[in-house]
Unconditional design. Sequence first.
Lengths: 253, 253
Amino acid sequence: MTAVANEKELLTPAELESRLRAIGPEYYHHRHPFHMLMHEGKLTRGQLQAWALNRYYYQSIIPMKDAIILSRSTDPEFRRAWRKRIIDHDGDGVGPGGIEKWIQLAQATGLDRERVTSEREVLPGVRYAVNAYLDLVSQRTFLEAVASSLTELFSRDLIVLRVDRLRRHYPWLTHGLAYFDARLTQAPEDARFALAFVVVHARTRAEQELAIGALRTKCDILWAQLDAIYFAYVEPGWPAPGAFRPAAEGGAV
Amino acid sequence: MTAVANEKELLTPAELESRLRAIGPEYYHHRHPFHMLMHEGKLTRGQLQAWALNRYYYQSIIPMKDAIILSRSTDPEFRRAWRKRIIDHDGDGVGPGGIEKWIQLAQATGLDRERVTSEREVLPGVRYAVNAYLDLVSQRTFLEAVASSLTELFSRDLIVLRVDRLRRHYPWLTHGLAYFDARLTQAPEDARFALAFVVVHARTRAEQELAIGALRTKCDILWAQLDAIYFAYVEPGWPAPGAFRPAAEGGAV
């Protein structure tokens, strides 16, 4: 069979890029019903709080994830390029970094900083999905660790849409959106570098398939976080014992 | 404040045991609505398949979990006692072990062996929760690794109830229940040994609290698996892309 025979052949750089880009429309979390509700203005303030508080846990491990990747690279040039990501999220000590800006977003939803940064009320399901990202970059090949960052290929369109819809439907959140402004330029830059690395360093068809698989796995990790949030805060509506519960409120804000 | 002052005091063995046992009624997954539906006979055959297939992933890592604990023990006497668990699950090469019996349960729901053992269709949320158990026993203290097994203190009552209700509501499953028969004696034996170990080796109040926390964390791990299964197969009803989907069927079996 042709399909099986072809499975052994090395993809051209353009074919590999096309396979990687094709993952977005099918698996990226822009299609998740929680995001749909957000973009339609159908989430309550409490649900937005739950999203900001839980997603903070993801934001908080990103520089750790990138430091693991740094720690696995033997190439100073690669490390110089990759360390930018850590600075983007942790800040340069003068302006706020991405994590601080995410806290500002959470505060704009009405949450206290300490309640967010303590991470005490994070849903177990979100915690496990995020930790799976640390496992991936620690335990799979270096190529897969880099390839897993390629969800940034898909993030710009989602951010543009999200910022527009958040401004429209939740105007009280507008002063908390600085995180997304920065990501609009950071994410595509980072994705370009990582894509070029993956295309050059996936030297066999097996390695190419590993890279594609790592990007799929990363999409699962993002999707599963929203599943846990939807399950706990939209429907059926039961946060695990001990997890964040929004204060009672009257319908959508 | 008395409560704060008391937090520094060592618990007596009886107090520690009582704190550990008190976790069950509040956090153990016998209270999870998926189990409620099972015990009321309200799950369809497809939902029972989804449970058996996903929970197989948990069953399949138990001997790996116990081997990690073995690998961290420097005490031959401890290791001799603990290795029983691996034999219980993997079998002695003559009779079937727990994993094989779980496969028989899954087959009794109507699934092919290969579909189950390939683990291809396991929900991401179940996968992450189960992997969090491996992380716990690898990365936390040895005391916490042992204490996390203490959910077996609570399992006997759940198994007795479950077997009774499965026989009553799903008589076509009756020939697949051998797994639970074995666990009725294995789990309490194992729990007695682990409880005695924890009570003796938690030598400070801080260590006692770590042991209690590890048992809470393990309850989260069990609970989160059922959240993922409920979310995907009961309500709202969307398995992640690529995860197991039951064949169409007409209502409860």
